[in-house]
Design a protein around this ligand. Structure first.
Ligand SMILES: [Zn+2]
Length: 359
């Protein structure tokens, strides 16, 4: 079973202990199975609001969400890990190019912090920093091959080389000052070949500078990125970092683009039921500030997406059902943000705070 989760909430005055137990066998960072102690009522209220939103977004047999219409755009698609853009937006990417638009895909990390993935390939060897680095390069090549299946040329894929499993740290405690050191690769900076700005380190401000540079150079009219409701810390951190980079780029004169969010780790709709149903995504239309959009994939687009998913050999070894569950006849996107920010948990701390992200 994939994507399932259970929440247990124990109230002790205003002190709330939230224990999450994820029952999915999918990739989870160390922050995904954790005991969280928070001490502000506002955080609890925020969590309850999120629960309400999640419930509203459960798969439903009601009218499908409004169809997504996208014209000839310049689409910047941001992927926290090498497979996310393919999982969440293969159809959209093809849709844009078929209409004469342009796509640029940005890989935030090489997916190099995935112990289960490394040990699946080499089960008898304790993973070393070199093994994690090698694994990241394998996954980056898989992403490039997947994009080729969708018609995206290598020159349209940018690898940024930030730390898998560490993006939420960069978005919070490692914004400035000493660089974050990946416990997997032992790196403190992206490989030289993946730095847009020479001297980029594993710091949040450096991530934002890199992303803002990309936005200013590419001048997207559409940005596609993970949704704030995505439960993976790297994903919601990417959401925060990209929105901050957008604000920076727009502040420097870039035209504000349309923004769409895809969701990968979102148990209410990424359910076993959905997998059994053949992967068709569905959800209700959410709140007025948080609208689902659905993109229907043509048969040829579905076939290309299935081919692209096959490029991820290393992930197919670990979570084949999870990947295949995205090979349905539609893709879902969220436009807008909920009224209150959705928490992004990073080692037990909500790094969103009370500030609503710019969108
Ligand atoms: Zn991911």
């Amino acid at each position: 079973m994939h994507g399932g989760c259970e929440f247990t909430v124990l109230l002790d005055s205003f002190d709330v202990k939230v224990i999450e137990r994820y029952t999915g066998g999918t990739r989870r960072s160390r922050a995904m199975t954790t005991s969280r102690r928070v001490s502000f009522r506002s955080t609890l209220i925020g969590w309850m609001v999120v629960s309400t939103i999640v419930i509203r977004g459960e798969p439903s047999h009601a009218a499908p969400p409004p169809l997504l219409t996208v014209g000839r755009v310049r689409a910047l698609v941001v992927s926290p890990h090498p497979d996310d853009a393919t999982l969440g937006a293969s159809g959209l990417i093809q849709h844009v190019m078929l209409r004469g638009g342009t796509v640029q895909v940005v890989q935030m990390t090489g997916g190099d912090g995935f112990p289960k993935g490394v040990t699946t390939i080499n089960p008898h060897v304790a993973p070393t920093a070199d093994a994690y680095r090698w694994y990241g390069s394998v996954r980056e090549r898989e992403a490039i091959r997947a994009m080729r299946q969708l018609g995206v040329h290598r020159s349209q894929v940018r690898l940024l080389g930030f730390p898998d499993g560490g993006l939420c740290e960069l978005a919070s405690t490692n914004r400035t000052g000493p660089a974050y050191a990946s416990p997997y690769t032992r790196r403190e900076s992206p490989p030289d070949t993946e730095q847009l700005v020479r001297g980029t380190m594993y710091r949040g401000d450096d991530v934002i500078r890199e992303l803002a540079r990309l936005i200013q150079e590419f001048r997207p009219t559409l940005v596609v990125l993970p949704g704030s409701a995505d439960e993976h810390p790297d994903h919601c951190a990417t959401h925060l970092l990209v929105h901050q980079a957008l604000a920076s780029a727009v502040g420097a004169g870039s035209p504000p683009p349309r923004v769409l969010h895809y969701v990968i780790h979102y148990p209410p709709w990424l359910s076993e039921q959905r997998v059994r149903a053949g992967g068709g995504a569905s959800a209700d239309t959410g709140t007025s500030d948080w609208q689902w959009r659905t993109l229907t994939l043509q048969a040829s687009e579905q076939a290309a997406k299935r081919q692209a998913l096959k490029a991820f050999h290393s992930q197919m070894l670990v979570m084949p059902d999870f990947l295949k569950s995205f090979a349905g006849d539609s893709e879902l996107f969220v436009e807008g943000e909920p009224e209150l920010p959705i928490p992004c948990w990073c080692s037990g701390v909500n790094i969103v705070g009370g500030t609503r992200v710019v969108h």
